[in-house]
Design a protein around this ligand. Structure first.
Ligand code: PLP
Length: 376
């Protein structure tokens, strides 16, 4: 945790949970990614955290932005991002949103189906389009699975079709799954993509771009490889499969840019036991699945948690949120330990919570407010 964050947390007078993001850390992460992957253009996936301060800082640094809806495009434009730096990367778009985006000047679109391609041909004529291919997402702690992308052979046909429809078949995208911990996944993906480049070249379609998606990690409870190792894996894969004809590269980091830059401060509301001979305590916080910690679903993302009583003896706990929904349990199987001295009213810190917390927080389930956000 940076001294700036520490100071802010120590002085905070909030009575509700909040997340605070150190925007300087976002900047460091951006610079680090650019340094390690100088050939890749960064499109920040704004769904991870669309706070205006983050968008402005990244805009100033030269970043581009990956958006999923008309609203996200507007959020970027509101912070002075010009539309030639925005991609409409969702493969599921309403016709009227495509038309609106095109009118604003957005010229880069994702698709993974004939239906979507036809919409783009009609409402965003002449635009650069890239096709997303299916990935298995093995090794990802937050997999994106079968919802996005199509099989490579279908993608190849669709890119030929894109040209017939008057669009510019620009490239291919994939996403190996969020919080990807298996570096081999990029090699597997790039191998497939380079093959598609060859296949399409035979059909006289010259693709120019590979969009390597996100998947860059934040530091949760499980150890992860260094960012250097990610960059090396990607560079190696590109060189191995494209040789000296490396196409334009796009990366779309979300979590990797903002995850570690944020900390949530929350409060212990209740500490209880379920039976006399049960040594497991239940610790209820004033934040849960519906107020920012949705990624604890299936205990997928395991955050690091600090308490003011760390250092003393600890015991097993189940951690849960404050709402009256039985799904609002954060960790039951993940074997969390907390100090035996923990008390009701203690402020705890949940680390690396700059990504996918404010955006996943409900607007007021059970009357609990949406997660408050500060950027410093
Ligand atoms: C969510 C998303 C990302 C960001 O993924 P991270 O793993 O958070 O970096 C990038 N690209 C697309 C298309 C996405 O949907």
């Amino acid at each position: 945790m940076t001294p700036k964050l520490q100071r802010f947390l120590a002085e905070a007078k909030d009575t509700e949970p909040f997340v605070v993001v150190d925007v300087d850390v976002v900047e460091q992460n951006y610079r680090e990614l650019r340094r390690l992957l100088p050939l890749a253009k960064v499109y920040y996936a704004i769904k991870a955290n669309p706070a205006p301060e983050i968008l402005r800082r990244l805009r100033t640094l030269g970043s581009s932005f990956d958006t999923a809806s008309a609203n996200e495009i507007q959020q970027c434009m509101d912070q002075g991002v010009s539309t030639d730096r925005i991609s409409f990367g969702n493969t599921i778009k309403k016709k009227r949103d495509i038309a609106w985006a095109f009118e604003q000047g957005v010229r880069l679109y994702a698709f993974d189906s004939l239906c979507e391609l036809q919409k783009l041909a009609e409402l965003a004529p002449g635009s650069q389009v890239f096709c997303r291919v299916l990935m298995e997402c093995e090794g990802a702690e937050w997999p994106l699975s079968k919802k996005f992308g199509c099989a490579p052979r279908m993608a190849a046909d669709l890119l030929v079709k894109a040209r017939e429809l008057g669009l510019d078949p620009y490239g291919i995208s994939f996403h190996v799954g969020s919080q990807q911990t298996d570096l081999n996944q990029w090699d597997k993906a790039v191998a497939q993509v380079s093959q598609m480049f060859s296949v399409l070249q035979q059909a006289d379609v010259d693709l120019r771009m590979v969009n390597l998606g996100g998947g860059f990690p934040a530091r949760y409870r499980t150890d992860i490889p260094m960012l250097e190792a990610y960059a090396q894996a990607i560079s190696d894969a590109m060189t191995k499969h494209f040789g000296n004809k490396i196409p334009e590269m796009i990366i779309e980091p979300g979590r990797g840019l903002v995850g570690d830059a944020g900390v949530i401060q929350a409060e212990v509301v209740l500490i209880s036991e379920k039976d006399y001979d049960d040594d497991r305590r239940w610790v209820y916080l004033d934040i849960g699945k519906f107020s920012g910690l949705a990624e604890t679903m299936d205990e997928a993302i395991k955050y690091r948690i600090l308490t003011p009583r760390d250092g003393g003896p600890t015991g097993r706990v189940s951690l849960a949120g404050p709402s009256c929904d039985s799904a609002d349990i954060l960790y039951e199987k993940a074997e969390y330990q907390m100090p035996l001295a923990l008390e009701v009213g203690d402020k705890i810190q949940i680390l690396s919570t700059g990504a996918y917390t404010t955006t996943y927080s409900s607007v007021g389930f059970n009357g609990f407010p949406p997660l408050k956000s500060y950027c410093i």
